[in-house]
Design a protein around this ligand. Sequence first.
Ligand code: AHR
Length: 667
Amino acid sequence: MKIKSWTIWMVLSTGLVWSCGVLQNDKPTQTITIDIDAKAPLVPIQPTMFGIFFEDINSGADGGLYAELVKNRSFEFEYPWMGWRHLPNPETRFNTINELTIMSNAQNHPNNTRYVRIDKRDTSADFGFQNEGFDGMGIKQNDSYDFSFWARNNTGNVRVKADLVDTSGHILGSVELEPNESIWKKWEGTIKSNSTEEHARLNVYFLGQGQLDIDHISVFPQDTWKGRKGGLRKDLVQLLADMKPGFMRFPGGCIVEGRTLDERYQWKKTLGKVEDRKLMINRWNMEFKHRPAPDYFQSFGLGFFEYFQLAEDIGAEPVPIISCGLACQFNSSETVPMDELDPYIQDALDLIEFANGDISSKWGSIRSAMGHPNPFNMKFIGVGNEQWGQEYFERYAQFAKAIKSSYPDMNIISGTGPFAEGELFESAEKELTKLKPEIVDEHYYKNPQWFLDNAGRYDNYDRARYKIFAGEYAAQSVATVSPDNRNTWECALAEAAFMTGLERNADVVYMSSYAPLFAHVNRWQWTPDLIWFDNLTAFGTANYYVQKMYATNTGTKTLSIKSNGQNMTGQHGLYGTASVDEDQHIVIVKIVNVQTQDVNVEIKLQGMVGQKTGRLISLHNKDLQSFNTIKDSDTIVPDEKDILVHDGSMTLKLAGSSFEVIRIPSL
Ligand code: AHR
């Protein structure tokens, strides 16, 4: 590469401005032409174009986003002592002097029947139990933690001492409380930590003598998202907020369906005080033999109210998905008879009232009592997740009829099932077309080559048909559900290429989201995932940055972008899309170079005159197999610089294996 002038060299070396038009002598091998005539933008891009998909898989909610640090806080797991061990040693419980007994009493609380009875007959100070957290507890130096429990004192004066301890047993911080009332009551204290520890534990000691009943033992960081008590992990929400997602789909995924109907997600059971929410097994606990997670349950501390609130916080349209009366067809396929479907349909109608209803309505008043008198303004509802066959279509039709008759403006999402093509997919396309749904959810868990080959999937799509929600997709480096899948740069690059086709066809594709969203580095079941975290930190994968670059650079309308007069769908390894943000007056060009070698291109914005300073955001790495890790989280992260554009023209050297977003002021 030859540099033509000192001025440019100086500018380059300061990193201030990269003047693409005069930078190099290398002749561009391709010319990319964009028609920026503001009067001729092609089609509107929906604000919901790029969103997020949330599911409690891989410890996404409990042990992840939901910041509770105590596992099995109410002793309601299948085995009540799971996550707990007795102190000073496991045999302590059989000690005849002091006893810890699991009591079960439905009259006490129908949703939360168990509690622990402590009979403390001597005054020894080291009798109690320890909670192991979710792979330990992430505790930060100088941070404060809310320790709480429910208790009733039956006799004597048993005091409760809570210590957060590191892996060697050193105390990080403590608090002591004296629950001396004879009725069930919540007791709270604060523990300040003197040190940072990724795998801390909670030791709860019972001091003094007497009998005490205790339940719902909880530790939360005070430093949560928006400082909400009992709230969400701040760093994880921040990563979501930074993406500026157009929508948030929740609560899944297969978790909506359940392995059986009993295990389906029932949103009404996730409301009210967290102590009253009935815990349920997480369907991912033993789904994969290669990643068993017998201690994976859903506390529903992150329930539907919190999902709506989170969507609102991050400016995303809420997109709840509900059970259509069919349990997961990969599991039991348990099916509700058509003449017993009404309660399921009622759940959908009540959900709309919960989200949007006036505070005088039954469900609107429940929302209001939970702290949100204003409606959440929900516009979308999904019926079923990965369903297939006639059982699904007829159930969907019943739901759609009922929802539309009460809420004609609601956008209803149906789905083509788990596969991106093949017999099941094609029959779903055919049947759904007859039912005239508004938006249809398609899922693509395929290899990177499939994503490259399908960048033109919607170019010749029947425009009279329904709109597309690319509701779950991720390139798989090995195979779907293989534990060896990695979030490689090759996968992310293929997704970036595929997404040019989603954006180019914004008149067909209204929504899209990568899946799954979160994974704990030691407590995952499914890989690849968009964001990984441990108990203290979190990082975005290369795929995350691709999603973020799309979602934070979505125009309001598409523009025509051509190379040699054609859509850029992989000719010479290049993929492209262009749009205009009509509010900010910015032209946004996205180009993916999947060749391993650098390539020079000339980009011409037809109709632009004068000199402009634009911004080039670039994600690149020569090693297609590289990926970000918790230790090396910045192997693939975007860099940014200014670029000069002369009379709408610039020559760019696109790095081999790169994804570039170029933003140019259009006024
Ligand atoms: O994203 C993980 C799972 O993949 C989802 O729960 C399901 O819908 C799909 O099969």
